[in-house]
Design a protein around this ligand. Structure first.
Ligand code: PMP
Length: 357
């Protein structure tokens, strides 16, 4: 069999393995921060109708600029945003890749505060952007001073902030975003994939967009909307940023089926987002229960929880899996991440955790 090493592959890709969590067929899958609830039947029917209406015209390319979908997304976000300030793609992963294609690339750098979303460095790698892993403070926190000092030191072309942060779950204080925006010489991307799960009082960077053309907020329908399989991510920014990513996007990158399904899902946003408060309740139950058992747990504004296992995390991961509960080992010694799903999934996870001790 031909090996990768037999191909003239790029030197910086040699020896690497593809990104991705294990997709294992176990009863309780809490490792990729999906929404555990299937779509409600009326929404399934509405999406089915919307898709059916597109089928006859699949001989034609879709709307290249996805204008109707972007208008719907702008309406969902509010904050006075218009269609010109919103852009959509196949997941926020693709959005962030397009941002790096436009603002990063060879000879340029992107900085993130690790541990954060592990795709950020991989998107940098794929786009030939030099990655700068900046540090977080005590207990994975990040203060404005810590962030600004490292941005000043490295002067990156792109800064990634992740709020709520994956894998810690904690949202950033808005003063950190403001300070980084002030200090950064280039673009500042705030990845808000989990924004809908934030605790009351959390402020979205969307509020800071006016007057800040170098700020980009990325969002996704994969989490709160339960639309991970539909692949729809988006950004909000100055209209000039949207024009910049239009220089690098593939023509017709969003299929007619994706656009139609996402619009139907957005039209039923109340039904889809109806699971958010229940998931937040399960998240808070996981945090409170593990803390009551004496484990350290990060504050969570997301649909997942980072917790200390009280021992080697790889051993704990395996022990949980042996009981049919799949969680995520993000490579932090002594810590694991679990997605908050249904009450039954929380019960199964907490029961499995009892047996670790
Ligand atoms: N950002 C963060 C912080 C994430 O955790 C994820 C999903 N794991 C994404 C972006 C990408 O999600 P998607 O491409 O499905 O929008």
């Amino acid at each position: 069999m031909t090996g990768l090493e037999d191909l003239p592959i790029r030197d910086d890709l040699r020896g690497l393995t593809p990104y991705g969590a294990p997709q294992l067929d176990v009863p309780v899958r809490l490792n990729t921060n999906e929404n555990s609830y299937p779509l409600p039947e009326p929404v399934v029917e509405a999406i089915g109708k919307a898709l059916a209406a597109e089928l006859r015209d699949l001989n034609r390319y879709p709307d290249r600029d996805a204008v109707a979908l972007r208008a719907d997304l702008a309406g969902y976000l509010g904050h006075g945003l218009t269609v010109e300030q919103v852009w959509a793609a196949n997941g926020s992963n693709e959005i962030q890749q397009q941002l790096l294609q436009a603002f990063g690339g060879p000879g340029r750098s992107a900085l993130g505060f690790v541990p954060a979303y592990s795709m950020h460095p991989l998107l940098a790698l794929g786009t030939g952007t030099r990655w700068v892993p900046a540090r977080r403070g005590v207990d994975f926190g990040l203060t404005a001073d810590e962030a600004v000092a490292q941005v000043r030191e490295h002067r990156p072309d792109v800064v990634f902030l992740c709020s709520p942060n994956n894998p810690t779950g904690t949202a950033l204080d808005p003063t950190v975003v403001a300070a980084v925006l002030d200090a950064a010489p280039g673009m500042v991307v705030v990845d808000e994939a989990y924004a809908e799960f934030a605790r009351p009082g959390t402020v979205s960077a969307l509020a800071v967009l006016p007057g800040h053309p170098r700020l980009v907020v990325t969002r996704t329908m994969s989490k709160a909307f339960g639309f991970a399989g539909g692949r729809l991510g988006y950004l909000a920014a100055d209209a000039a940023v949207v024009r910049a990513v239009q220089l690098v996007r593939l023509p017709y990158h969003l299929s007619a089926l994706t656009q139609a399904a996402a619009r139907a899902a957005l039209a039923h946003r109340d039904a889809l987002l109806g699971t958010v408060s229940a998931i937040m309740g399960e998240r808070d139950r996981i945090v409170a229960t593990l803390r009551a058992r004496g484990l350290r747990v990060a504050d969570s504004d997301a649909n997942f929880v980072l917790f200390e296992t009280g021992g080697d995390q790889a051993t704990a991961w395996r022990a949980l899996l042996d009981q049919g509960v799949l969680v995520r080992d993000v490579g932090l010694p002594g810590w694991l991440r679990v997605t908050a799903g249904t009450p039954a999934e929380t019960d199964a996870f907490l029961a499995a955790m009892e047996t670790l001790r």
